[in-house]
Design a protein around this ligand. Structure first.
Ligand code: ZN
Ligand code: ZN
Length: 374
């Protein structure tokens, strides 16, 4: 049988598309190991600072790039195509939505606080998928010591790993040749999520057979989501059950996470970003809670590896809770638009009844005690 000529020519192209060239990533045991030649003077988004004070009706040189930024992260529709230097209605709506998602004053104008957020390195996954804001912005309720508004989100249609896949495997792209030290960072990151759910994560050597496939790449790498060099976007991950998780190989990834004495502009904590991306692999979207792991951005020289209550509530809504987990999450009540799963509702119900029972028992003891002595 003869293959059509066009097919023969397209085979090499296909191989290139499905086999993007991986990168040898930059890992440093600590911040002092980063050579000065790899520390930039500025970041790729720093030029946005010139736009402070810009508002609807004005023109500015940097606006086409800002529109690209907002489209990349979902704030402008994919169909939006007016990349002129004009601040139009669509950009104003995009800025307002961004400000709401990041708990800023939603003025629709580009103020200094908004720019301060925009230039922070971040995850490449969009904050808004299919035009729907997924970050659920909002303020904590008045009684914030007891009730906290939930802001965690999911991908559209809430994809999750099926119950038959609670024992997940992961593997590293062999071409990256990661050291055991780097692999240990990932195993710690996976543990954060297995502590609060019944999911388990086991490293296997076969990259192709693993449920979760971790790789470091530079620039364009075959999935239409090119990385951008030092800072900017740091990593991205796909929704379940895809399991693909990509890190920007050009970042200066720091292993020990020790930034107590400051850090150069380019230092990014590997474990912090790994915990975040695993959240996506499991089905979580971005959250507007700044303390949450699933908050979209993280400043260089920052370590954030502990799951916040918002993250825990989100992941337990998808997978239920780990019976051995004894954290504080059950003391929080999801409110507002969020509906919790049967599992977390039952946990809360039991916790609430438990407290009432204990309080009732103490009251009864006091009454009996007083009766006895009077
Ligand atoms: Zn993300
Ligand atoms: Zn990618």
């Amino acid at each position: 049988m003869r293959l059509p000529l066009r097919l023969i020519f397209s085979i090499p192209l296909l191989i290139i598309l499905i086999n993007p060239t991986p990168t040898s990533a930059h890992f440093f045991p600590n911040i002092t190991a980063i050579p000065s030649s790899l520390i930039p003077n500025t970041t790729i988004w720093a030029a946005f600072s010139n736009l402070v004070g810009c508002k609807k009706g004005q023109k500015a040189d940097g606006l086409p790039k800002l529109k690209e930024y907002f489209q990349y992260f979902g704030y402008l529709n994919t169909s939006y195509s007016d990349f002129s230097d004009e601040f139009d209605d669509s950009l104003e709506i995009a800025v307002k939505t961004y400000q709401l998602n990041f708990n800023l004053n939603a003025t629709g104008q580009i103020d200094a606080e908004t720019i301060k957020r925009i230039v922070v390195p971040r995850c490449g996954n969009p904050d808004i998928v299919n035009g729907t804001s997924a970050m659920h912005p909002g303020k904590p309720s008045a009684n914030s010591t007891i009730h906290t508004v939930a802001h965690y989100s999911f991908f559209p249609n809430r994809p999750r790993w099926p119950p038959s896949k609670s024992q997940l495997t992961y593997a590293f792209l062999p071409e990256n040749q990661l050291s055991d030290v780097v692999k240990t960072v990932f195993s710690r990151a996976f543990e954060r999520w297995s502590e609060v759910t019944t999911l388990t994560f086991t490293e296997i050597s076969s990259f192709n057979r693993a449920d979760i496939r971790i790789g470091f790449f530079s620039r364009e790498h075959g999935d239409g989501e090119p990385f951008d060099g030092v800072l900017g976007t740091l990593a991205h991950a796909f929704s379940p059950p895809t399991g693909r998780c990509h890190f920007d190989g050009e970042e200066n990834w720091v292993i020990d996470g020790d930034f107590l004495n400051g850090a150069p502009l380019s230092a990014v904590d590997l474990e912090s970003v790994a915990v975040h991306e695993i959240g996506h692999i499991l089905g979580l979207g971005h959250s507007s809670v700044e303390e949450a792991i699933m908050y979209p951005s993280i400043s260089s020289g920052t370590r954030k590896v502990e799951l916040a209550d918002d993250d825990i509530m989100g992941i337990q809504e998808l997978y239920g809770s780990n019976p051995n987990y004894n954290g504080s999450v059950s003391s929080l009540t999801p409110t507002g638009e969020r509906e919790t799963s049967g599992a977390s509702r039952v946990d809360y119900w039991l916790w609430e009844r438990g407290v009432l029972l204990v309080v009732g028992f103490i009251n009864l003891s006091i009454i009996i005690h007083l009766d006895f002595f009077t």
